[in-house]
Design a protein around this ligand. Structure first.
Ligand code: FAD
Length: 456
């Protein structure tokens, strides 16, 4: 006997890449969907803004939040073929206002997301400038969601109940700052988080210390080095022997790599763990972001502890609250849009009853086994959601393939896998040139052959 599928009234929080694909999958599955976003347009992080926050380190909880963390010159760090949603390939459109490069600028990604929303009729589902302030479970099993118009006071609050909430609020907005370094409080220079970095001009002729070696840190340190007096990058992830001047093409003679900061001094010096020090004007924290759900009231069931959001079964469902609340986009170091698409298919199918979840106990056991595995490998809690950390899991799209299997859809294409991992290696080895020089044309060809089934 076939079990009839059920239609749920679902609210999606956020209209970035995750929220858009979640909405698309939910309506495809027959659910009744609304999307709330506090921004004025769709695209989330991909809506570039010149605006920066008044507190450059993001400590002040009352500050006006700027959602985007993009800098003006940003180009994607992932090739477009691997970055797009599976059935809506991110291919050049040939239109005059578009960027056809393989690693295009951020405008192109926003445009792609706009095209995606138009193609699947998502625009009419979205309520803009609507900020969700409260999400909590009612005694009847429904979810209460309270929202206000942006800038509005309590009197503009609207409270509505839903069968399910899909949280897609992103995790690239709340700065994670290296604030445990001795002497930071009294250090007289300027400190800023990369969330508030836009252009290099303010750093001209300055001595800048950049903390971190992520994708953003690599881009920003090189961009600043073109006009700054000196740039000193500090990282905890390099072996001591490899420190020193860096940059394969030796374009820069003012860019240095150091171990971690030992101390910041009241006279403006910053000293490193190798005993060297510099007199610096600015410390730029490229230290990532915090998972942050200020609207969530689950009586402590879902917590963020050292950036671990938990407990979440397969990074999506809190076992004791599933399937009424789910999280799309918590993992990092992934093929983001592709993972959001698979997670969304899973959530939509579980909500309709087409896909079953294990019992709460089994899901909890799975989460605990996962945590134990991380612990045994010495992976810090804060890296729980870094799915493809080389040290953490095998060099495969195991998580993506697991999701695909749940949803009954094809596994990740071999070309997508190879392009993703190839890009990670290439970007590491050739940070200045990986976006414009590559040798995986055969994989690109395979990708475009595959795209033919979706393009008309
Ligand atoms: P977001 O895009 O942040 O969207 C979340 C949305 O939720 C926002 O619109 C926000 O306004 C809304 N929201 C938040 N809170 C509320 C609330 N309380 N009420 C209502 N609405 C709310 N990924 C790649 O694949 N390739 C790249 O090249 C790449 N480069 C990146 C570069 C930088 C500098 C950064 C920071 C990230 C980059 N990423 C990249 C990751 C990228 O952010 C993800 O690809 C993706 O855009 C995240 O989508 P999201 O929907 O999860 O979050």
């Amino acid at each position: 006997m076939t079990v009839p599928l059920s239609t749920k009234k679902v609210v999606v929080i956020g209209a970035g890449a995750a929220g858009l694909v979640a909405a698309r999958e939910l309506i495809k599955e027959g659910h009744d969907v609304v999307v709330f976003d506090r921004g004025a347009q769709l695209g989330g992080n991909w809506v570039y803004s010149d605006e920066v926050e008044c507190d450059p380190l993001g400590f002040d909880p009352t500050r006006k939040i700027v959602d985007s963390s993009l800098y003006a010159s940003l180009r994607t760090n992932t090739p477009r073929e691997a970055m797009g949603f599976r059935d809506f390939p991110f291919v050049p459109t040939g239109k005059a206002d578009r960027d056809s490069r393989r690693f295009p600028s951020h405008h192109e990604v926003r445009k792609y997301l706009e095209d995606f929303a138009s193609e699947f009729g998502l625009n009419e589902l979205i309520s803009y400038e609507t900020e969700v302030r409260y999400v909590g479970l009612e005694t009847d099993g429904k979810w209460m969601v309270k929202s206000t118009s942006v800038g509005g006071d309590e009197s503009s609050e609207v409270a509505q109940t839903y069968d399910a909430v899909v949280v897609c609020n992103g995790h690239f907005t709340q700065p994670q700052v290296a604030d445990n370094i001795a002497g930071f409080d009294l250090w007289p220079g300027r400190q800023i988080h990369s969330h508030n970095y836009r252009i290099p001009e303010p750093y001209k002729d300055q001595v800048v210390v950049v903390i971190g070696l992520s994708s953003s840190a690599v881009d920003i340190s090189r961009e600043i080095a073109l006009s700054a007096k000196e740039v000193h990058v500090t990282t905890r992830s390099k072996a001591a022997g490899k420190l020193g001047k860096f940059g394969k093409h030796h374009i820069f003679d003012n860019l240095w790599l150091h171990p971690m900061i030992e101390r910041a001094h009241e006279d403006g010096r910053v000293s490193f763990q190798d005993g060297s020090s510099v007199l610096a004007d600015v410390i730029l924290h490229c230290t990532g972001y915090k998972q942050h759900f200020p609207f969530l009231h689950t009586n402590g069931v879902v917590n963020v502890d050292d950036n671990r959001v938990g407990p979440l079964y397969k990074h999506v469902f809190p076992p004791s609250l599933a399937p009424g609340i789910s999280f799309i986009g918590v993992p990092s170091l992934i093929l983001s849009f592709f993972v959001y698409e698979l997670q969304s298919k899973w959530v939509a199918g579980v909500l309709s009853g087409r896909i079953s979840l294990p019992s709460e106990e089994k899901m909890m056991e799975d989460v605990e086994a996962f945590y134990s595995k991380l612990e045994a490998k010495g992976v810090p809690k804060r890296y729980t959601h870094k799915i493809h950390d080389v040290k953490q899991l095998s060099w495969s799209l195991e998580y993506e393939d697991w999701l695909a299997a749940q949803c009954g859809c094809p596994l990740a294409e071999e070309w997508r896998k190879a392009i993703f991992f190839g890009r990670l290696v290439h970007a590491h080895k050739e940070p200045e040139t990986y976006r414009d020089e590559w040798d995986d044309q055969d994989l690109v060809f395979q990708a475009y052959e595959d795209f033919m089934q979706y393009l008309n």
